[in-house]
Design a protein around this ligand. Structure first.
Ligand code: ZN
Length: 237
């Protein structure tokens, strides 16, 4: 059965684009995947209530990774909606300490300083997750036929949620900010080799429509075609 997925697109500060949160209706209530940044809190909360999601039926907040534009409202929502937060343990230090670069390879110092200054976690936005998810974690106890797939690359603890019908919510492994006919690997990759292994892993699973953290949904098939063209042109150029 195809699940009702509501895309909640929220504008990010400093005109840095937008981020998608996904509200998934389950047999028993709702699961919210990603939460936007704190500047989005009132818009996110009013959208959730518009769709009938409240403190009695939001059973889980699942974070695809620890970046602030995805995890920034998790702590306040947990309190207001009396719910639990889950994410992969390898990204937990980022949200516990409020540092998106803590578990990443040390890149450009100035770039990371700018990002931290613009998007740093305030103390009240830091949190410890309630549950750890690992590869293969089943969401059936939350009323959803879906499993968590560990797909590192953008960060060490990045995960996707693969539903029984082949729908994948992929976090920031892929993006399609140039439109649904132009899916690509997210431009911010911590570990390209890990990302390529994650793609190979997804190739062996039945993935149909992909819902990214940034941009419009696209098919896995269209991503694979684009990505092989890109690799060929890069290798020959
Ligand atoms: Zn993101």
């Amino acid at each position: 059965m195809t699940r009702e997925i509501t895309t909640i697109e929220l504008k990010l500060p400093f005109k840095t684009g937008s981020v998608n949160c996904y509200l998934v209706e389950t047999d028993t209530g709702f699961i919210l995947i990603d939460t936007g940044s704190p500047s989005n809190s009132s818009e996110l909360e009013s959208t959730l209530s518009e769709f009938g999601c409240n403190s009695g039926n939001l059973h889980l907040i699942l974070l695809t990774h620890g970046d602030f534009d995805h995890s920034g409202n998790a702590a306040s929502l947990r309190k207001k909606f009396n719910t639990k937060i889950t994410m992969h343990a390898e990204d937990s230090p980022m949200v516990e300490r409020g540092d998106m670069f803590l578990t990443r390879k040390k890149g450009n110092f100035i770039q990371s300083w700018i990002v931290k200054t613009m998007f740093g976690f305030g103390k009240s936005q830091r949190f410890s997750p309630d549950l750890e998810i690992t590869d293969g974690f089943s969401l059936t106890e939350y009323g959803l036929k879906a499993e968590v797939i560990h797909i590192p690359g953008h960060s060490k603890g990045s995960t996707g949620i693969l539903m029984a019908d082949g729908t994948l919510i992929c976090g920031d492994l892929f993006e399609s900010t140039g439109g649904s006919d132009n899916p690509k690997l997210n431009s911010l990759m911590d570990d390209l080799e890990a990302a390529n292994r994650s793609i190979d892993k997804l190739k062996n699973l039945k993935v149909d429509t992909v819902y990214p953290g940034h941009g419009q949904p696209f098919t896995m098939e269209s991503f694979l075609v684009k990505y092989s063209e890109y690799k060929v042109s890069n290798e020959s150029g």
